[in-house]
Ligand binder design. Structure first.
Ligand code: 3H9
Length: 686
């Protein structure tokens, strides 16, 4: 039944019980309906509802969203609770989210434990509260708070929920506190639906819509939530509930909700492969290199309580590493994330040194030095000699051959790639790169660190760029082709921003520095297919000293170090290059730009699957969303591809082959999917 019931005198106790987080499934809804009838039959004085384990209830069971809605529906359950003559009290022991919060809001009173959280995060799953949350929250905590909480899906801590008026009290033992409430006092509390709706406030609606346009562009659920709240202000409660339900049902079937649900479950399914041995206890970490990446990795490890030995080549390097980590600590303090004591504890856990011997006991070392094979080999030789034979040696390289690095050690089985993304203490993606000889022990160690750091781990094979950078390189190549053949960087950027990226590829390149891509292209010179069209325009930029934002000019200009402005010289550069190459330029519209750039990535990603570099389409989705800013609400690159459909993709790539048969060579995985009638999520190596 997903819940249990017991009586004690005049009190009925209902415990929601569907491990691990008491998601509300049909069985729980059945049970709640039965509990309402039971409490009335027994003529209880009250019902106290709480959750078993760590949660009150995490919301409606999102696994049920793919199928038809099953009775009894949650809004009816909430209504039954609210309108029962036996008053219900929610004793909120842990998280009460979505439908869980809606059950609580339908109760006559709400008492939360100190660590409880109450929230309506439905928009993060592409829907809106569908069981009265939009209507009851605004009656309890006012329009502004309700709009903020629902449109951004941010839960409130118990103390904040109390301040907002959403709950009645915070108590160490909410069940006991609910039992102690005076019966007359309880009877006097007005059911939420009977409270008046707040007055309309044009300014509040204008402000929330403006914030959403800036912070959640492209997403439909938050705007629908605002609309439903606005409509509800002037409708009778029951009518407003109907509007809410209709919007919820509509959104639930839509592409965005499907995509966001896919991401939710894919993120949680990102776990180590089965049968890996237990990882060693990570008592300390060695990090080699104190530049941006090394400092970020070290800071992330220090922040979760791990002692870090940071290894550098000389005293200048040590000083620079300490300064870089010091800046991150200071920024943590400035943002209120670190107290002065916490900052000191972090500093105390850090040893920056040139002496590899100080890292002798570390079970894991992560090299984050300059992207140069010889430099890396020299570092691995030192690590090999200094650390115990059981220690795992990881490289944070973005492109270099992990197998070649491993081959420079005495035991290549203990080497793997741990590819972090900048800023390493913030970005959630961690590519775990398995070399040809990487042992299960090394993999387990990499996953163990990923879990401690709360990263999203994705297993990758060895190739230039692994999963993410390889796909991103093709994206860049397609962007440069579009630019050379007809567009401007700002048209390309605008198109991709409208697609859902926070920034287009040219602005991103300006931020990272054009010299990074230049170095990567020089490394690829020797192995590049001579038949592949080469777009020289990014090289010209570097030759002209337009290295990006750091020098005030890249694809854009940054006058006075400020915001970006379009640079006509850059546009002319494409005209010039195209002229020399005898290219007749075409004007691409936004849809064509988006199509070319996304198809290029999809085709490359399909090759990544074909070669076993990624294990699954869902893994690629995680990489593109958590590492490269692909819009989450499109579900990641491969989910997006499946939304457009493989047959359409194959048809369009085949058509583009007329322009360039090499760049648009159809991936065998796409051809195979088309032939077998599969989508990319279903494809497995035959
Ligand atoms: C809703 O309520 C709609 C209503 O308004 C209207 C209805 C008519 N469904 O995250 P974790 C699973 S929409 C199904 O690793 P944590 C999760 O997949 C819902 N399953 O733990 C995982 O499974 P597994 C609005 C769910 O401690 C396991 O539980 N609610 C759901 O890090 C543990 O999860 C939300 O959006 C679910 N709703 O975090 C809240 N929730 O073990 C969504 C969790 O097989 N949930 N699971 O991998 C969360 O934010 C986090 O899970 C939570 C716990 C904070 C609760």
């Amino acid at each position: 039944m997903s819940l249990s019931m017991r009586a004690d005198g005049l009190t009925g106790f209902v415990t929601l019980d569907n491990p691990p987080v008491n998601a509300i499934d049909k069985a729980m809804r059945d049970g709640l309906m039965e509990a309402v009838t039971w409490a009335e039959r027994e003529n209880f004085d009250r019902v106290i509802v709480t959750g078993a384990g760590r949660a009150f209830a995490a919301g409606a069971d999102a696994k049920e969203f793919d199928g038809a809605a099953l009775e009894p529906y949650l809004p009816d359950v909430c209504d039954a609770i609210e309108r029962s003559f036996v008053p219900w009290i929610a004793a909120i022991n842990g998280v009460a989210l979505g439908g869980g919060a809606e059950i609580a809001l339908a109760c006559r009173m709400r008492i939360a434990g100190p660590r409880a959280q109450i929230g309506l995060p439905e928009v993060t799953l592409g829907v809106i509260p569908g069981a009265g949350g939009t209507q009851r929250a605004m009656r309890l905590c006012g329009l502004d708070k309700a709009l903020d909480m629902i449109a951004f899906g941010r839960p409130l801590r118990a103390v904040d929920a109390l301040k907002a008026g959403l709950i009645h009290a915070v108590e160490d033992d909410p069940v006991e506190a609910a039992d102690m409430i005076n019966t007359e006092e309880l009877q006097c509390v007005v059911p939420t639906w009977e409270l008046p709706a707040p007055a309309h406030d044009d300014a509040a609606f204008a402000a929330i819509r403006e914030r959403l346009a800036q912070r959640s562009p492209g997403q439909i659920a938050p705007l629908r939530a605002v609309e439903v709240i606005e409509q509800g202000l002037s409708l009778p409660f029951a009518e407003a509930m109907k509007q809410e339900r209709a919007a919820f049902m509509d959104l639930k079937q839509g592409d965005q909700s499907r995509a966001l649900r896919h991401m939710f479950f894919a993120e949680r399914a990102a776990k180590p492969p089965k049968n890996l041995p237990a990882a060693p206890e990570l008592t300390e970490i060695a990090v080699v290199g104190g530049g941006t990446m090394g400092a970020g990795i070290a800071y992330a490890c220090l922040s979760i309580g791990l002692p870090v030995t940071l290894l550098e080549t000389d005293q200048d390097g040590v000083d620079r590493a300490e300064a870089n980590i010091g800046k991150l600590i200071q920024s943590g303090m400035d943002r209120g994330r670190l107290s002065a004591d916490g900052a000191q504890a972090l500093r105390d856990r850090l040893t920056a040194t040139t002496d590899y011997g100080k890292a002798a006991n570390a079970p894991l070392a992560i090299e984050a030095a300059f992207e140069d094979m010889e430099v890396k080999k020299a570092i691995f030789a030192q690590l090999d000699a200094a650390l115990s034979p059981g220690a795992v040696l990881a490289t944070n390289t973005s492109y270099l051959d992990v197998d070649e690095i491993a081959a420079s050690t005495r035991d290549p089985s203990r080497v793997l790639g741990l590819h972090f993304f900048a800023p390493a203490h913030i970005m959630r993606l961690l590519e775990i790169v398995k070399g040809a000889q990487t042992s299960d022990h090394a993999l387990a160690t990499g996953y163990a660190l990923g879990k401690l750091l709360k990263k999203v781990p994705v297993l990758a094979g060895v190739c230039d760029g692994f999963i993410g950078n390889r796909i991103y390189s093709r994206y860049r190549e397609a962007a440069d082709t579009v630019f050379m053949d007809g567009s401007t960087p700002w048209e390309v950027d605008e198109a991709m921003e409208n697609f859902g990226y926070a920034m287009g590829p040219y602005e991103v390149a300006d931020l990272s520095g054009l010299d990074i891509g230049y170095a990567a292209r020089r490394r690829q010179d020797a192995t590049r297919d001579p038949n592949r069209r080469y777009i020289p325009i990014a090289d010209r930029m570097v030759e002209l000293g337009k290295l990006g934002k750091k020098v005030g000019a890249g694809w854009y200009r940054y006058p006075g170090g400020g915001g970006k402005v379009e640079d006509p010289i850059v546009a002319d550069l494409a005209l010039e290059e195209a002229h020399f190459a005898g290219i007749e330029r075409t004007e691409y519209d936004e849809a064509q730009i988006i199509e070319r750039l996304t198809l290029a990535m999809i085709n490359e990603a399909a090759d990544v699957l074909a070669e076993g570099i990624a294990q699954s389409a869902a893994g690629i989705d995680l990489v593109t969303v958590f590492g490269y800013g692909f819009p989450r609400w499109r579900g990641g690159l491969m989910h997006y591809a499946d939304t457009i459909g493989v047959p359409h993709i194959v048809e369009r790539i085949t058509a583009l082959q007329a322009e360039d048969p090499v760049a648009w060579k159809l991936s065998p995985v796409l051809a195979d999917c088309a032939e077998r009638g599969l989508n990319l999520a279903q494809w497995t190596q035959g």
